[in-house]
Ligand binder design. Structure first.
Ligand code: FE
Ligand code: FE
Ligand code: ZN
Length: 299
């Protein structure tokens, strides 16, 4: 009998079901955390999702609600039962580890450290953040401040993997080039706690041609960062063309990337098994349709 790499025997149904399970697309969407952890898990199931993303607190980065350990445990149980891929906790996008003023950098560090403490109640998930904007200090200074910020908050005993998101490169954003993400990773003292989340809208806006040359973009990612560092994908169409550096998400098939190119992303063997998360401008029924659409494309 085949033994899975996690050491568990295949589920009832035997080899075929185990194989189907291994090839299953893990997909979900961004959800509101206003009703708590377990409610997001139930919402995901209703949408046909087996992963999801949520903001750890409101975009301004204000105080998070008190954490309910029983609620986190209930989500962990639901995720195990329904074989979810890891979920993505997204940091407030207003945080800036490489802001020009120390008080802004300190606020980002303290907020992220608090988020990571809370996520210890839900071990094994991802914490995704936007590397930051260097606001005129230069890319090199930005990279240095981001790495120093991470070194101040990451600990070897962390049960969360922290993901740098690939950015569109708008304004003074750091992380629009794979080389910048690599430079940050190189300076982090506990690199095994770090990974990357590839956002399809952002990389296209940053000038990586995932429409005409997905294989080449992934080969470049592998050469510069390493595909073993890629832990999650944000699946978005873009309102703007290749290299526009704008960062405006579109619904799947309604933007410049298009359904065909995004279907190749979910089918790509190098990305198999990763959680794919929609951040398209949708309400829940739209997300449900896009999840079903991408599951059909992945077959
Ligand atoms: Fe993001
Ligand atoms: Fe994103
Ligand atoms: Zn975006």
């Amino acid at each position: 009998m085949a033994v899975r790499i996690d050491g568990r025997a295949p589920a009832a149904g035997g080899k075929n079901q185990a194989a189907a399970e291994a090839g299953r697309l893990h997909i979900g969407c961004h959800l509101s955390s206003s009703k708590g952890f377990a409610a997001m898990g139930r919402q995901a199931l209703e949408l046909g999702a087996d992963t999801f993303q949520f903001f750890t607190r409101n975009p301004r980065g204000s105080r998070a609600r008190g954490l309910d350990a029983a609620d986190a445990a209930a989500l962990a149980e639901l995720m195990a039962e329904h074989r979810f891929a890891p979920v993505i906790a997204h940091a407030p996008y207003t945080l800036n580890l490489c802001g020009a003023e120390e008080k802004n950098r300190e606020f980002a560090r303290e907020t992220m450290a608090d988020d990571l403490r809370r996520l210890e109640h839900l071990p094994g998930q991802y914490y995704n953040f936007h590397p930051g904007s260097h606001v005129g200090q230069g890319v090199e200074a930005g990279i240095d401040l981001i790495a120093r910020g991470l070194n101040a908050i990451l600990t070897p005993d962390l049960h969360t993997t922290v993901l740098l998101e690939t950015m569109a490169g708008k304004g003074s954003e750091v992380g629009g080039r794979f080389e910048e993400l690599r430079a940050i990773l190189d300076r982090v003292e506990v690199p095994d706690k770090m990974g990357v989340c590839l956002d399809t809208c952002h990389v296209s806006d940053a000038g990586y041609d995932i429409i005409g040359g997905l294989d080449g973009v992934l080969a470049e990612f592998d050469r510069i960062i390493g595909l073993d560092r890629l832990k999650a994908v944000h699946l978005n169409d873009s309102k703007n063309p290749l290299g526009s550096r704008r960062d405006r998400h579109a619904c799947i098939g309604e933007g410049e990337i298009g359904l065909e190119a995004l279907a190749r992303v979910v089918r790509h063997p190098a990305l198999r098994g990763l959680p794919f998360c929609l951040e398209t401008p949708n309400e829940l029924p739209g997300y449900k349709r896009e999840i079903a659409l991408m599951r059909r494309q992945a077959e």
